[in-house]
Design a protein around this ligand. Structure first.
Ligand code: FAD
Ligand code: UDP
Length: 387
């Protein structure tokens, strides 16, 4: 007999919030299994020897318009306001991304920029946001030319590096994350709440998991302990039937031993550098759509406005995911297209009949969740259980 009512696989945002809900709302005893040597999933951060807070799996900027997610997380952290701004290296200049009216005036002569601005406002409204793939379909020659420039200089090469294919060959929602913005707003995100946990994400997720009913075991690959018996729809944990609830936030293909084929992911290689200089670049992130093999450089000290004689930067090199290669085996991004979704759906079907298994999270849902999406989804799933 297992002493726990709930087993949660993964100690990222999804696993932590689910564990907290079961522990605090249903007084369940929860065991959290995490394969990494730390909690917090891809949001894991730590204090570097320079005193700068470094995000180990790439820059994580919290933003949400989901009131209930903001209220929920605010029980566990204080926040430091932060509005993310990104510059792009385009034709030797650093210009604002997303492409907005400020970018327009930096790249075009004033008279031409004015003409384009007027047309953009007429077509999409002041403050409008237009995905690049939609702007390319404009019936106006002036806007078609603008779209070609933005596509060529901002999107096509970045996307090819990031995804290994052109913007047309991935789901349109991916490039729509960074639309053309018809305003002078240089911010990367436009959500109501934009802030960083003042003591970091690891501390925030540690606070979520801090409950007498929750035990966390690190360095534990749950898939080596778990099996789903398809015949009688039972969960086997550590060679015994587990009759409590299993929450799985890992990859469904791994859970089912890749029997439907591997789900494709995109991975990254991070090149961290500590430099003996106070400032490397003017803001947190600079994108390099057209130069270099990396997509962007992030300088961490800007995020919490930390001061140090040194600085820490990271360059992100996208690469194929390969579960057999330790330099490529972190599945950072699910790759969206119809074929991959069909394979994912086949795995999801295999969970049918397992009434005590919940799969949720960026990996288990095979979705491009931001942090607030992941938290929002878990809160929704949990409240639907109580109904
Ligand atoms: P994860 O954080 O991936 O956690 C899943 C956990 O499960 C991992 O710790 C994993 O080790 C563990 N696990 C998996 N399988 C097993 C197993 N078999 N046994 C034990 N443990 C297992 N979102 C934003 O809102 N803003 C940003 O700026 C932002 N930037 C990002 C930048 C990058 C480079 C990436 C990759 C993501 C970014 N995100 C950002 C998205 C954010 O990371 C996710 O929304 C969030 O981490 C999802 O949490 P999760 O718990 O679902 O998944
Ligand atoms: N993108 C681009 N050029 C940019 C920024 C983004 O082509 O300068 C595209 C690219 O396809 C990228 C997607 O928009 O993968 C989403 O960008 P986002 O910054 O949201 O990516 P993330 O931070 O999730 O890696």
């Amino acid at each position: 007999m297992c002493e726990f009512d709930v087993i949660v696989v993964g100690a990222g945002f999804s696993g932590a919030v689910m564990a907290e809900r079961f522990a605090s709302q249903q007084d369940k005893k929860v065991l959290v299994l995490e394969q990494r040597p730390h909690i917090a999933g891809n949001c894991y951060d730590y204090s570097h020897e320079s005193g700068i807070t470094v995000h180990h799996y790439g820059p994580h900027l919290f933003h949400t318009s989901k009131e209930h997610v903001w209220q929920y997380l605010s029980q566990f952290t204080k926040w430091t306001p932060y509005e993310h701004k990104v510059l792009g290296s385009i034709d030797g200049k650093l210009v604002p991304i997303p492409f907005n009216l400020n970018t327009l005036y930096q790249l075009y002569p004033v008279a031409q920029a004015q003409e384009i601005e007027t047309l953009l406002i007429e077509q999409y409204g002041a403050g409008g946001k237009v995905p690049i793939l939609e702007l390319r379909k404009s019936q106006f020659a002036t806007l078609q030319q603008l779209a070609e420039l933005v596509y060529e200089k901002f999107f096509v090469n970045y996307t090819t590096k990031q995804w290994g294919c052109s913007p047309e060959d991935i789901s349109p929602e991916v490039t729509a994350r960074v639309p053309i913005v018809v305003s002078r707003d240089d911010r990367y995100f436009h959500d109501k709440y934009q802030a960083i946990p003042s003591q970091g994400y690891t501390q925030l997720i540690g606070n979520i998991l801090k409950h007498d009913n929750i035990e966390v075991r690190l360095n534990t690959d749950a898939c080596s302990l778990l099996a789903l018996n398809n015949k009688n729809k039972t969960v086997i944990f550590d060679e015994h039937e587990f009759t409590g609830t299993l929450v799985f936030t890992g990859m469904l293909d791994q859970l089912f031993d890749y029997s439907e084929g591997e789900l494709p992911y995109r991975s990254l290689q991070f090149d961290f550098q500590t430099l003996d200089t106070k400032e490397f670049q003017p803001n947190t992130t600079v994108n390099y759509p057209n130069e270099h093999a990396y997509t962007r450089i992030t300088e961490f000290k800007h995020i919490l406005q930390q001061t140090s004689d040194k600085t820490v930067i990271v360059k992100e090199y996208p690469q194929d995911y390969d579960r057999h290669d330790p330099t490529k085996n972190v599945p950072y991004y699910p790759i969206f297209n119809d074929k991959n979704h069909r394979r994912f759906d086949a795995y999801k079907m295999r969970l049918n009949g397992f009434d005590n298994v919940i799969s949720v999270g960026r990996l288990a849902d095979y979705k491009y969740y931001n942090m607030d999406d992941a938290v929002g989804k878990v809160l929704e799933v949990f409240s639907s259980l109580a109904d």
